[in-house]
Design a protein around this ligand. Structure first.
Ligand SMILES: Cc1cc2nc3c(=O)[nH]c(=O)nc-3n(C[C@H](O)[C@H](O)[C@H](O)COP(=O)(O)OP(=O)(O)OC[C@H]3O[C@@H](n4cnc5c(N)ncnc54)[C@H](O)[C@@H]3O)c2cc1C
Length: 394
């Protein structure tokens, strides 16, 4: 028999935003998380203005800000010429309650949301529960869960797959994950070194273009993260050694080497979008639905935008305010803006950083010199434009 609930696979930032939104709207949810606890993995750290507006509605933006850093500006540089342009989110203060980025690890957000929702009558969380397979009919969805070496079945009215890039929900539904994987890998090196003391006028978010070896410097509480693309013919083991990381770090500020290194992490980089975000009563959101390179910080942010879009519609259908057709709009809106906007922007961001910066720098300077173009540009990079485009699709 179907339980009168929405089942959610995955307690990452995206699954928990969906759960918090639904539970607060009076829709009972159960979240199944394969881990014994919430993930500690340090991946996303940039929260964009409209995402902060959405988290504010859940009461989660202020605690996130309290644990993170406010980044009102970001800049583009080249290794050769230094600063190309700096942008200040103050120019879009009329379009958001949060005209800045917040730099904070995604694992802080999941803890904030979980602590807020624990004990809420509509919220249940089951750790150590791996979703393996999905079956559905016109009335509901049944999932197989592996827990303590045993398989159990659970049923609900709807299922949300927020179980990350290797989504078992997506696989079980047989939905293709179309796109490609870049041959290069992304190396993230964290250090407590104070880059403000050696790079004059540096912003806490700085993209530095170079055709040989670009990098991206990002400050988070207590650390800086430097991201590099690795295209050497070297094994994963080799590129994760301290010697290799030090050799990349030595290219950041001339004359400075031998950094104190806190973490070295290597990632594969993909550009993929699921063929559909909805199949019957099952939905895909976040990395389960789309993955992209992290330049521009759009993966988790876009995933949170999926979660809010879907949760609002599901709550309306649940309470009888809208018919089932409302749910198709989630797929139409979010899949289109993911393809049109997130995928294209992140691919272009990578190309820009791999260039000499001459052409790209010229266009950035022209934008920075024109207030109307600056505003339009900031609406785009902060993802407000993509949300407006989704809403336009009706
Ligand atoms: C280096 C790096 C930097 C990044 N920086 C940014 C950034 O600044 N801004 C940004 O927006 N994005 C960024 N991203 C992307 C971002 O990390 C992801 O988009 C984000 O984690 C997606 O969240 P999610 O909840 O969809 O998936 P995940 O964070 O992967 O969470 C999925 C959850 O599901 C659980 N799970 C998996 N399989 C199952 C199963 N079968 N059953 C039950 N549970 C399951 C997992 O344990 C996990 O808890 C970055 C990525 C990288 C690699």
């Amino acid at each position: 028999m179907n339980e009168e609930r929405v089942l959610i696979a995955g307690a990452g930032p995206v699954g928990l935003v969906a759960a918090a939104h639904l539970a607060r709207a009076g829709v009972p949810v159960t979240v199944f998380e394969q881990g014994a606890t919430l993930s500690e993995e340090s991946r996303a750290s940039t929260f964009h203005p409209p995402t902060l507006d959405m988290l504010h509605a859940l009461g989660a933006a202020e605690p996130l800000l309290a644990q993170g850093l406010k980044a009102p500006t970001f800049q583009y540089r080249t290794k050769r010429d230094g600063l190309l342009a700096e942008f200040d989110f103050a120019a879009i203060a009329d379009a958001t309650k949060h005209p800045y980025r917040v730099q904070c690890e995604q694992s802080k957000l999941t803890r904030i949301l979980y602590e807020q929702m624990r004990g809420h009558p509509q919220f249940e969380m089951e750790f150590g529960s791996t979703v393996k397979a999905v079956n559905q009919d016109g009335a509901g969805v049944t999932i197989s869960i592996e827990r303590d070496g045993k398989t159990e079945q659970r049923s609900g009215r709807y299922l949300i797959g927020a179980d990350g890039a290797s989504s078992a929900v997506r696989h079980s539904l047989g939905i293709e994950f179309e796109g490609f994987t870049w041959p290069d890998r992304l190396l993230v090196v964290s250090t407590p070194f104070d880059f403000f003391s050696v790079i004059s006028g540096l912003s806490s978010v700085s993209y530095v273009a170079d055709p040989e070896r670009w990098y991206f410097l990002l400050q988070i509480p207590r650390l800086w993260r430097a991201m590099f693309l690795v295209n050497e013919d070297a094994s994963d083991e080799r590129v994760q050694t301290r010697e290799f990381a030090q050799s990349l770090m030595a290219g950041v500020v001339p004359g400075i080497s031998n950094y104190e290194i806190s973490h070295i992490t290597l990632y594969k980089v993909h550009q993929r979008v699921a063929k559909t975000f909805k199949l019957g009563r099952a939905f895909l959101i976040g990395d389960a639905a789309h993955i992209n390179n992290p330049l521009g910080g759009m993966g988790m942010n876009g995933g949170i935008h999926d979660a809010v879009n879907l949760a609002e519609r599901l709550a309306a259908v649940w309470h009888g305010r809208s018919g089932e057709a409302e749910l198709d709009r989630f797929d139409q809106q979010r899949r289109l803006v993911t393809l049109e906007y997130t995928q294209n922007t992140t691919i272009q961001n990578k190309k820009n950083l791999e260039s000499t910066g001459d052409e790209f720098g010229q266009s950035l300077r022209a934008i920075a010199a024109d207030p109307a173009r600056t505003r339009d540009y900031l609406l785009r990079v902060s993802m407000i434009t993509s949300l407006a485009r989704a809403a336009e699709l009706g």
